[in-house]
Design a protein around this ligand. Structure first.
Ligand SMILES: [Fe+2]
Ligand SMILES: [Fe+2]
Length: 194
């Protein structure tokens, strides 16, 4: 089968796939320890989605004649070393909120690349619908947690992970600048966290 992927594209889609796998495993593991309730319900759908996304990228890469590369680390693995371990479910959701925003921003950026292969564009479209829902259920869950944790503590936690995300993103971009530049995807960073 002829390869219909640039080398840098194959790498980036593999990077997305690795990140989706890490997300599925992280939330899947967490789900086993949650008590019955709306967070348990929504997080079960969330991890099933992330597992499906890993499959969609695997399938997309293979339809384009490429190989899903074996990569060591996922983007979000670096969060914990920068911001520290989340201490409770609220902190995990705060981290998730920040991360899902990053994912949506990255996928939106990728979908605007000129002359994007239709297979990649369709895969991005399918995945983005789910990613928007991820952001929205986590947002609602954090609102419901306000009486228990306090608005200020929740906002501070989101800010802490948002700062960590900025640092990890800068690091990732400078590490992979050449690949990203080659694909026409160097993005201006937004200044606020919304
Ligand atoms: Fe995903
Ligand atoms: Fe997601």
């Amino acid at each position: 089968m002829p390869k219909n992927l640039k080398e840098n594209e194959e790498w980036l889609l593999s990077f997305y796939r690795t990140s989706e796998i890490s997300g599925a495993l992280f939330f899947g593991r967490l789900c086993k320890s949650l008590r019955p309730g709306p967070v348990q319900h929504d997080m079960s759908k969330h991890f099933a989605d992330e597992a499906q996304h890993a499959w969609l990228w695997t399938d997309c890469i293979s339809k384009l004649g490429g190989n899903a590369l074996k990569l060591a680390d996922a983007y979000q693995d670096q969060y914990l070393s920068v911001a520290g371990m989340p201490a409770n479910v609220m902190e995990i959701l705060a981290l998730t909120h920040v991360f899902e925003k990053r994912v949506i921003r990255q996928y939106a950026l990728h979908s605007r690349v000129p002359d994007l292969n239709p297979e990649i564009s369709a895969t991005l479209g399918k995945i983005m619908d789910d990613e928007h829902w991820h952001l929205s259920w986590v947002h609602d869950a954090l609102l419901r947690m306000q009486p228990e944790y306090g608005k200020e503590y929740i906002e501070q936690t989101v800010k802490r992970f948002w700062e960590a995300d900025q640092e990890v993103y800068k690091r990732t971009m400078s590490e992979h600048e050449e690949r990203v530049r080659d694909l026409g995807m160097l993005a201006p960073e937004t200044k606020n966290q919304d």
